[in-house]
Design a protein around this ligand. Structure first.
Ligand SMILES: *Cc1c(COP(=O)(O)O)cnc(C)c1O
Length: 872
């Protein structure tokens, strides 16, 4: 179904262009009499804005035109959609900056306790539409842009996604920033300004994933503000000496400059505009002038390259172990560079208040998003011991009251570890501190459990082996005040499995839960404006009210029995399907039928998320349809199945799943017997912007991880908020969604978490041949093996993961999965009841607003309170 695709056109939803514009098309037309005709928009509007002084044109138009002329050095004659986007964005940025300044000033004056969210990833997506919404200027800009001859949809489409993240973890960070500003919390984010975000995914003619770089800064980024004056020197390598009393000194090595870039984060319906500070690495003195003078040009450039390299790329891994086995030095340098710069910045801000350092925990809370920023713990110890001259107890008591750690996975292979020799080489002083922390910690454990050597080995920060490794999760736990998982089930698993020893030792109250959330601004109002309007109209509430208190949408429940309302609800779903079909038509040239059920699974490709189970289920459906008579087929429920997601570039099995999906799509979509009843699409280059088109169009979405493996999931929340029903396993936040919306409105299947360990044990020690255990799955696998979807031998390694130990339990869950799919079909036939389920689902998603989640962090962890920034 897919052929080679131009990387410039993929993954960026393009609406239909009403007219093709070329630069020359903007030159003034000169008629026969020699009179020039204005190129675009309303001539009077442009001219009055161009007259600069005492122009009576509206402020927004003036500001856009001003940016066209000055920032872009262009004119109406040569302004294309991209230029109009840039000018509009710069003009919106001016508004944000005013609020940003007010906010920072009010924080400085009031001096509240502040929270900092340290995340190696922020998957922001596009900004312009969100900024307009949050500023309440959407309609004004729409009108202004129109008067200047552009359509707001076209210019919104010109923005590239800021894709500085892999998936859920990075998107969560972005939702939390939006909610932090919207609930007026003094919350800043700290991350890295990668020159290249997550790779662009291309699909080769054979169906293989290819990766291309994502040069997202190519057209300049109007949303960031370089702060060249905010910079810190960050050291690597060198040597460390101990000075007694736990103190030490670290000298020599390489120094790299961290330079701040600020991204403004506007709150919805508030004046609060918080900051996301991203660090860029730079060589400390530009070129190494000595080498340059000596004529050693290459060495001079090389040293500059290695400093630049630190923030050049985002590592494209998500819950995979490949990276940690390779033990990439550059990744370790990224982590330290970012935590050290962020801490230096936080401490500088704290010190400006003139408070003693022991009061740090009264003014600063730092949330560690996964273990990636764990080096902040030994780094703060280093500063307090070696630079602030505190003793060990004082320093450790400050550290353990400042940090909070969020765990994101219980998959053992995804727990972060770093080789001791590598840390020793890159961060020699930090290794000493880690060893000291470990010594004091294990002494305390030994006192509580004398002689329990196995327990000591399990809890140690150092894993024995060749080489020894530092267990970052253990370090994060003992260095933090609180530890949380991201959904109830996941937090329970954390407490009872990977961190059980720590719960026994430190007491359970340190280990809690904050169920993830999503921002309803982006994931409902922006991506599904029609549904948002219908909700506003129906609830008879201002949209600002329910978008900030999402529990209010429960009021929709009253309207499930209102046939006219149901009709409108369904018509909107239909238009969203057509919008998606249009996207597929314009980007891939394929025609999607929109009178079918839309079944969507979009997320990172990973064995635990089981896209393989889904495509095997699709093949089962295909074989079943083929065996039916034409008359029987007509009675079936037509289905269009969408997949999207990237695989880590080195994740061979996940890439084979993509290849299988693409080839199944090719065969199935071309089969005249079945193509009216089953279509399959793999949409390349999954991104936030693509999610915004797919999610509102879904009837059913799949969240089918092996029980106990998906920490929470957040796309499940996005779909349900948009009235898509959920087909899933009893895992992660699926469970809490079902609790909220009612089990009768979700489709659950599969084994439960407690069974998983036993099943795996059986696979290893009492294997049953697939043919006996699950004939239906066996038949499907045999067809792939026989070449029904081309290149039979290519898929063998993927099929063998199931035939052999089947770690993710596809053979155990296949039959109940097929049964659940049949129940979905049946439920969809009763259309009225389906629409009621859809309404009930949306109505009961209030809990999953990220506003609720961020306030839980603020209240029960950070002790940080909202600060109202006065509206002028
Ligand atoms: C929400 C989101 C995710 C997370 O999806 P899950 O299904 O929860 O893993 C990943 N990528 C993007 C672009 C998202 O918007």
């Amino acid at each position: 179904m897919t052929s080679t695709i131009d990387p410039k056109t993929i993954g960026k939803p393009q609406r239909a262009r009403r007219h093709v514009r070329t630069l020359t098309g903007y030159l003034p037309e000169v008629d026969a009499t020699g009179k020039e005709h204005w190129p675009r928009g309303e001539e009077a509007v442009w001219k009055s804005a161009l007259r600069d002084v005492d122009a009576d044109s509206p402020a927004i138009i003036k500001s856009i035109v001003n940016h066209v002329q000055t920032s872009l050095a262009r004119q109406a004659y040569n302004l294309d959609d991209l230029g109009a986007y840039q000018a509009a964005a710069l003009s919106v940025r001016d508004n944000l900056l005013v609020n940003w300044n007010e906010t920072q000033l009010s924080y400085t004056r009031k001096n509240p306790k502040r929270a900092y969210y340290l995340s190696l990833e922020f998957l922001m997506g596009r900004t312009l539409d969100n900024a307009l919404l949050n500023l309440g200027l959407k309609e004004q800009y729409r009108d202004s842009v129109k008067k200047l001859g552009f359509s707001v949809e076209d210019i919104l489409d010109k923005e590239r996604d800021a894709a500085l993240g892999n998936g859920g973890l990075g998107r969560l960070a972005a939702c939390y920033l939006d909610s932090g500003a919207s609930t007026e919390l003094p919350l800043w984010g700290y991350g890295l300004r990668y020159k290249y975000g997550i790779f662009q995914q291309l699909i080769s003619p054979e169906g293989n994933q290819l990766e291309a770089p994502d040069p997202w800064l190519e057209n300049s980024n109007p949303w960031e503000l370089p702060r060249l004056d905010v910079n810190y020197e960050i050291r690597f390598y060198g040597h460390a000496d101990r000075l007694g009393d736990g103190k030490g000194i670290w000298q020599g090595g390489q120094e790299v400059l961290a330079v701040a870039y600020d991204v403004m984060i506007p709150g919805y319906g508030t004046k609060t505009t918080n900051n996301l500070r991203l660090w860029e690495s730079k060589p400390k003195r530009g070129f190494d002038l000595n080498s340059f003078n000596a004529g050693n040009y290459e060495a001079a450039v090389a040293s500059s390259n290695s400093a630049d390299a630190i923030t050049s790329v985002l590592y494209p891994n998500d819950h995979t172990s490949c990276m940690y086995r390779i033990g990439k030095e550059l990744r370790l340098k990224q982590q330290y560079f970012w935590t050290a710069a962020s801490l230096a910045d936080i401490l500088r801000r704290f010190k400006q208040q003139g408070k003693p350092i022991r009061e740090l925990p009264d003014f600063v809370a730092i949330q560690l998003n996964d273990t990636h920023p764990t080096l902040a713990i030994p780094e703060l110890m280093r500063i307090l011991l070696d630079e602030e001259d505190l003793n060990w107890e004082q320093a450790w008591s400050i550290v353990t009251n400042v940090f909070f750690y969020t765990n994101h996975t219980v998959l053992p292979e995804a727990l972060e570890k770093w080789a001791v020799p590598l840390i020793e080489h890159v961060l020699p002083r930090h290794l000493q501190i880690i060893y000291d922390i470990n010594l004091f910690f294990l002494q305390a454990v030994e006192r509580k459990y004398p002689g329990d050597r196995e327990r000591l080995a399990r809890m140690s920060l150092i894993e024995e082996g060749q080489p020894k490794q530092v267990r970052m999760a253990n370090l994060a736990v003992i260095g933090s005040r609180k530890v949380n998982g991201v959904a109830e089930l996941h937090s329970d698993l954390v407490r009872t499995t990977i961190l059980k020893d720590f719960v026994d030792f430190e007491g359970v109250s340190k280990f809690s839960n904050v169920t993830n959330g999503i921002t309803p601004r982006r994931w409902l109002d922006q991506c599904n404006a029609e549904l948002s309007d219908l909700i506003t109209k129906t609830l008879k509430l201002e949209k600002e009210v329910w978008l900030k208190d999402l529990f209010k949408i429960k009021g929709l429940l009253e309207f499930t029995e209102d046939a006219a309302f149901r009709k409108e609800w369904w018509a909107i779903k239909q238009r969203n399907k057509e919008r998606l079909a249009h996207y597929v038509q314009t980007t891939l040239g394929l025609t999607v039928r929109t009178d079918a059920m839309f079944d969507v699974q979009i997320k990172r490709l990973h064995e635990y998320k089981r896209q393989t189970l889904n495509i095997l289920g699709v093949i089962h459906r295909y074989l079943t349809l083929k065996a039916l008579s034409p008359a029987e087929r007509k009675k079936t429920n037509p289905r269009v199945v969408f997949f999207a997601g990237k695989a880590a570039p080195a994740y061979y099995i996940a890439k084979l799943t993509i290849r299988l999906i693409v080839n199944v799509a090719r065969i199935v979509n071309a089969d005249p017997d079945t193509k009216d009843y089953l279509q399959v699409y793999f949409l390349p280059d999954y991104s936030v912007s693509l999610a915004e088109v797919l999610i509102p169009a879904s009837d059913i979405s799949q969240h089918i991880s092996t029980a106990g493996t998906e920490a929470s999931g957040t796309s499940n929340m996005k779909f349900c908020l948009n009235g898509g029903l959920l087909l899933g396993t009893v895992d992660g936040a699926n469970i809490e969604i079902a609790e909220e919306v009612g089990e009768s409105n979700v489709f659950f299947f599969g084994h439960l978490t407690p069974a998983v360990e036993d099943l795996r044990y059986q696979h290893l020690y009492h294997p049953v041949p697939l043919q006996e255990k699950c004939p239906a799955l066996h038949r499907v696998i045999e067809q792939i093996s026989a070449g029904l979807f081309n290149d039979a031998e290519v898929y063998e390694p993927l099929l063998n993961t199931i035939r052999q130990n089947d770690y993710y339990l596809l053979s155990d869950d296949f039959d109940s999965y097929i049964a659940a799919l049949a129940m979905v079909d049946e439920a969809y036939q009763d259309r009225d009841e389906w629409i009621k389920k859809s309404i009930r689902t949306t109505a009961q998603m209030g809990k999953f607003s990220s506003d609720r989640a961020i306030l839980e962090y603020a209240e029960s962890f950070w002790n940080v309170e909202p600060v109202t920034v006065k509206k002028k």
